[in-house]
Design a binder for this molecule. Structure first.
Ligand code: NCD
Length: 315
């Protein structure tokens, strides 16, 4: 069971909490590969997915995860045009709350919006990505993928490359992989590095060769154009030339280094298409697979917490 009611970020998770989610997810990963994919951890419960931002894999992953655990799953289609902060978001939350959902999965373009919403409802809230702040289940699925590929989740050299400044994936990964005592490197153009990042105890470079040297894991990120208001990169061609991952740049990493990308990927912008599909190096498909397992584990553990509350009434 987790200590907290919500899963809002890696920041609030202990090392033990992270490990318990990953261990349970490992069991669900095995179950998901069998022909009997169903269990009853969320039976009788209602899960509502509210995505105020576009999503392919995260939303479908949460939906499949909930269905495999026996929940009633509803996807609310949130039109981008209706997004406003404050009253509107809270009104939506209150309306939903009145329908007594047990789990609310929320993605929102504003950092902090999901935590705000969590204060207003009685159910468990899972953050499926808030602005450039956090995306905890992505970091957990990345951690599980790394642990399976490398046999451990500590003392690894991990290079996170590309648009760090706008990336909630990078932020959640930094927090998780840092807690687990890994050597972290951030690689990308200076314009895409958040200010004050070096103070977090990570190595920062704008040179791919230096950044990838001896790395066990190379994690590429998408250019978050929707969060940029101006020219952060000279051109996509130039960006690919300097920071796009191809076989030549990967040769600086360890010979058995794995290549990751949270998706959606821009082939030929941040990663070479052939490399992305190379099953000997790329674990991108395994990341998607582990996403379902990790979300099942996270929702299962939160549901155990809900069921443990007296009289089953969430107050
Ligand atoms: C990421 C996201 O939405 O933050 N995608 C995902 O959840 N798989 C990364 C991205 O959009 O680039």
């Amino acid at each position: 069971m987790l200590q907290q009611r919500h899963l809002l970020g890696i920041q609030g998770l202990s090392k033990a909490g992270i490990t318990s989610i990953l261990d349970l997810a490992e069991q669900y990963a095995t179950q998901n590969r069998s022909s009997q994919k169903h269990s009853a951890a969320l039976s009788g419960m209602t899960q509502v997915n509210m995505f105020f931002e576009a999503s392919t894999r995260t939303q479908s992953s949460f939906e499949i995860a909930g269905k495999r655990l026996g929940a009633d799953v509803m996807n609310m289609q949130m039109a981008a045009s209706s997004i406003t902060k404050g009253e509107t978001l809270i009104d939506t939350a209150m309306t939903l709350n009145a329908m007594h959902p047990d789990l609310l999965v929320v993605r929102h373009p504003h950092s902090g919006a999901v935590a705000l919403l969590a204060e207003k409802v009685n159910c468990a809230v899972l953050n499926a990505g808030d602005g450039r702040h956090e995306h905890p289940t992505q970091a957990l699925l990345d951690a599980l993928t790394i642990r399976r590929a490398k046999g451990r989740l500590h003392r690894l050299t991990i290079a996170i490359c590309g648009d760090i400044a706008h990336s909630r994936v990078a932020r959640s990964n930094l927090l998780l992989l840092g807690k687990m005592e890994n050597r972290l490197r951030l690689v990308g153009p200076r314009t895409l590095m958040p200010g004050g990042i070096a103070e977090l105890g990570v190595e920062v470079t704008d040179d791919m060769e230096a950044g990838l040297k001896g790395a066990d894991v190379v994690m590429m990120l998408r250019l978050q154009r929707e969060r940029m208001d101006g020219g952060f990169i000279p051109s996509e061609r130039e960006y690919y030339h300097r920071w796009g991952l191809d076989a030549a740049k990967l040769a600086h990493a360890k010979p058995d280094a794995i290549v990751m990308h949270p998706g959606p990927m821009n082939r030929g912008v941040e990663i070479d298409g052939v490399l992305a599909d190379d099953i000997n190096r790329s674990v991108i498909q395994e990341q998607v697979e582990m996403g379902v397992a990790v979300r099942m584990a996270a929702m299962d553990l939160l549901a155990r917490g809900l069921r443990a509350r007296p009289s089953g009434v969430y107050v």
